[in-house]
Design a protein around this ligand. Structure first.
Ligand code: LLP
Length: 412
């Protein structure tokens, strides 16, 4: 459930007509709903009530500080993958003890910054990374808490670009290497192994791959216990999918119950790193039709949003719902909704039935709150859009629109 709805044929973001936002702030424009963020966070987090757990929002899905602050206010932690994400999380008021740091390529300065912030733990993905963390921690007179990211070799049955827990993927360590890694970690004076971690992929629409991975991880956890290791945290990553089109992912409650049942008797704090399931449907991208153009095979609506603003359709052929901001009730036609960028992959929708659209009309691209703005670029020297947060009838500019000066500000 989200707080974007049509009232008498007009799309509202909470209590504010989207048309008004477009008039005041221009297009293309990201609009986020604070009530939806809160609702999704609560729905997810409370699915694990009764279990020691921590919901660490995956910052890569939406890293706007205003959005992160909403998570922090609800007691959420974060999952980060870079020094930049750490910087944002700290600025948003997330305490170090609620930060977990994943990613295959942590640089020395990023490790240092995370140790300075006294984060809960590093999710370590290779032996050389473990050694680097140990060296830096020792030099700083600290002990780094770590878990290892296990690659359980499970097929998450999602788009190949966003599946991460299969043998062929670059992520984590297979079980055999994990054994060696934990044994080494036990010996290293700058390292304290406290957790076990895995993340198998994103936009999963069934529970089975999660449970399959969990079984493998729990089996390995028993081995670690037998080795005398004090493992207190089990991080199961993110990955729960959302409805973009016809998908029917499990409700967080069902997901929570299935996982809780499997671990409720173990002395572990569960960590979850949801991104999309919290942020995906809390945001829309508003765009204005610039031109209508028909060729012998297609009707194109050329809009002012492009692949630099929302790359998911171009990159993964992802489906995003599109609707009129003000419904006119005209007969439907088939359209390709495309942007102004000089690439044939610059589309937001292909062969999509939409009510007849006219020049100057506004469209909303739905489910754009996760991996939307965070994957935006300046390709074709397009200034990036503004981001608004609507909370009831209150509108906050969470990020202003970039200007031409911003585009060249860093060039010497
Ligand atoms: N934890 C780790 C270690 C991750 O790598 C990810 C996502 C998450 C958590 C959050 O996953 P989520 O709950 O959002 O599925 N750009 C792609 C998605 C890439 C996901 C990368 N990792 C897209 O637009 O679909």
């Amino acid at each position: 459930m989200n707080h974007f709805e049509y009232r008498k044929g007009e799309l509202f973001a909470e209590e504010v007509p989207v048309r008004k936002l477009a008039e005041e702030y221009g297009t293309p424009l990201y609009v986020y709903s604070a009530s939806t963020i809160r609702r999704h966070f609560k729905a997810f987090d409370s699915a694990f009530d009764g279990l020691a757990h921590m919901t660490c929002f995956s910052v890569k899905a939406n890293s706007n500080i205003g959005v992160l602050r909403l998570m922090a206010e609800m007691g959420g932690g974060v999952d980060i993958v870079s020094g930049g994400e750490l910087y944002r999380a700290l600025k948003a008021g997330v305490p170090g003890e609620k930060i977990v740091y994943s990613g295959v390529g942590k640089k020395a300065h990023e490790i240092r910054e995370a140790l300075e912030a006294d984060i809960l733990m590093f999710n370590v993905e290779s032996m050389p990374e473990l050694e680097r963390i140990n060296d830096i921690a020792l030099r700083m007179g600290k002990v780094a808490r770590v878990s290892f990211r296990i690659n359980p070799d499970v097929d998450p049955k999602t788009h190949p670009y966003i599946s991460t827990g299969m043998k062929k993927n670059k992520f984590g360590l297979d079980i055999e290497h994990s054994r060696i890694a934990y044994a080494l970690a036990q010996e290293l004076p700058g390292i304290e192994p406290i957790g076990i971690d895995c993340h198998i992929g994103s936009q999963l629409t069934t529970i089975e791959p999660f449970l399959e991975a969990l079984q493998k991880i729990l089996k390995f956890y028993k081995e670690l216990q037998a080795m005398g290791m004090d493992i207190r945290y089990l991080d199961l990553g993110g990955g729960l999918g959302i409805t973009y089109d016809q998908e029917e992912p499990p409700h967080p409650e069902v997901f929570g119950k299935a996982l809780s049942d499997a671990i409720k008797d173990l002395p572990l704090t569960l960590i979850l790193e949801p991104g999309r399931v919290i942020a995906g449907n809390m945001g829309i991208l508003v765009t204005e039709a610039q031109y209508l153009k028909s060729t012998p095979s297609k009707n194109f609506v050329i809009v002012d949003a492009a692949m630099n603003d929302l790359v998911r359709p171009a990159l993964y052929q992802s489906f995003h719902g599109i609707g009129e901001v003000v419904q006119h009730g005209r007969a439907p036609q088939m359209y390709d909704v495309v942007g102004p960028i000089c690439e044939s992959s610059d589309f937001l929708a292909r062969d999509r039935e939409l009510p007849e659209i006219r020049q100057g009309e506004l469209l909303a691209v739905f489910s754009a709150g996760a991996y939307g703005f965070t994957m935006a670029s300046n390709y074709n020297s397009r200034p990036r859009t503004a981001e608004l947060i609507v909370d009831g009838d209150k509108v906050t500019v969470a990020r202003r629109r970039e200007t031409y000066e911003d585009l060249v500000a860093l060039e010497l």
